[in-house]
Design a protein. Sequence first.
Length: 734
Amino acid sequence: MSYFMTKMTERQNGVDDLTLMSSISVENIVTQLKHRLDKNKIYTAVGDVIIAVNPYRSLPIYGEKHVRKYQTAKLSDSSPHIYALAERAYRGMKEMGPQAVVISGESGAGKTESAKLLLHYVSSVSGSSSVSANMKQIILQSNPLLESFGNAKTLRNNNSSRFGKYLELQFNGAGEPVGGVTSNFLLEKSRVTYAGRGERSFHVFYGLLAGGWPELLSQCQLGRAEDYAYLSQGTTYVDGMDDAKDFQEVLQAFNTIGVPMEQQWYLFTVLGGILHLGNARLTGRDAPAQLERGGEYSLEMAAYLFGVAPADLLKAITHKTVAMGGRRASVVNIPQNADQASQIRDALAKEMYSRIFDVIVAQLNSVMYTRDAQFGKTIGILDIYGFEIFKENGFEQLCINYVNEQLQQIFISLTIRGEQELYRQEGLPWREIKYFDNKTVVELIEGRNPPGIFRVLDDTCRSLHAVDSDTADTKFIEKLSMSAVASHPHLRILSSTSAFTAGFTIKHYAGDVTYSVKDMAFKNMDNLFHSLVNCMKTSTNPFVRNLWAREEEQAHRQPSTSSTKIRTSCGQLVQTLMRCQPHYIRCIKPNEQKAPMKIEEKRVLHQVRYLGLLESVRVAKAGYSYKATFDLFVQRFYSLCPGLQVGGVDGCRQLIAAVLKKHSEIAKSEFVFGHTRIFISSPETIFMLEEFREQQMDPAGYAAKVREYEQMEAAANRQEAKVATRGGGCCIIS
């Protein structure tokens, strides 16, 4: 129907799909995004990829009314919107199998809010049985819980995800959500002990102090956020955030997923213990370090809340226990000075918090996972913090940017390189479109032969036992300078005799990043000294004992480094994503000031370049909008050729001949035969085929849907006109 196709044409307020641009360049892409944002249109398509520009203000484009609009609309009529992508993923799951939505972009671009909108849409359209209703409630309640423990205020984003999350929703044969599994990785646990100027630690600490149970706060002797060293380094307040109210949502979420009140109490007392631990300041150049005046009280409170003896905790912090002598090892206690002991104290705080986070995720999975899901009926949503380039970059940024390099590699493989390779394999005429393949950067970081940066770091850490952190960092940069990757075109080593000034620069797909090697070896080891582990295992707090129970199982294993864990979890994530039909949301941060509806062209130009949008537009424009094996095409559209008896290429040719005979408005040139697949040039043609199919299979239902859509669109237009005159909205991306 003609009005379905008008959506695909260029309009005065910009194009819905960047492949419809008359002139393709990064500058024109930015111009289009700016022009659309001026018209309150934050979503733009590149084929099936959605670009989302953060508006930093409320827009009346979400909610149940809009959910129904996209649920009942033809995909051919769906203007670019996150709900349209969610509908494609949901239909794809029901009809074809596992789907995955990859949300990418830098911090503050709106990734976390996009993930919430996806969840809201799928929850709204996916059935209402008692089982699915309960599961929807649990899944939706997991958001405030994980945000409280895993998000924090940064300079660029008031609610920045400081961990990676892959949520896999599980569905039954009717398309109802019956379960889910959350995988978490790369928690920025260093934020527990340090937040820079203008930033905060994790939200839950401030929520606990502002809205915790009075009896709990009294027992834990907790006061204001400003009273604690771990919280007072940055800011303690976020404009527009109600910490006490948000904490009540955390308590409600714990109740929803069935966490007993006793366990909640123990958990929060451990959080209080972490805060007191940070106030146990140490002094003295000579070893062992001593507690500063006032530090005794803080250490005693931390020990009390952890359920251990204060003397044992102090000794575990001020003495490093090292096993010497191979299999028949003797244990040596090495006294530590104030700086060294402070590092051990902070390591305990970070590890304690990290294990609490893992317990919360495990609790969520225990109530979400089900064996009742139908095989292959899943939708995965990946939300991970984006590429980071700061004035000072360390091990955390290297790990984050490595994962983002991997995700960019998947995007290139499936949308740019993969498309072009498929056309060549199928024997189609194709002129190569050049693009930057970041595979070389991934190999520089994780490579096995020659050993990449991570493996050189691991090799350094194997000889770390009796070496202090600064010496290990210096050894690492020396080994890297002598390694095979030292001459890599995307690596520049900044050698120095001091770990404070030594580092290296990697030419990432998103730009050059210089990393300091300070504390890299120590952070990569990611294992605690025996003194701390043994102390925690004596705890009378059952929650703390459970946090450290796994140490018994791992006592005789070779310690795994942080980089090894990251490579492993990232490899598993890549394998999962490659098994799914992917959908992409590329989030754009329009300006640094979080100013509403404003694009800084230079800022956006950089993101357009490193996200590979120009190459994506060129491939999508020059390529084919639809491809399928001959059998799948026949299986999908057989109803358009009554009496069709064969499949394969012969059935495909008969089917297309029947369509062309009946519908002269479709050109024969729209269909191109490869060796094993049929390709269709324009999206309009496949949309028409879908409409013809639905008309043929359910004429009455199709006519009813068209009438319903027209009525809803007219009502929506009237409502939007009213809202535009008085202002207001229902969703903000922050």
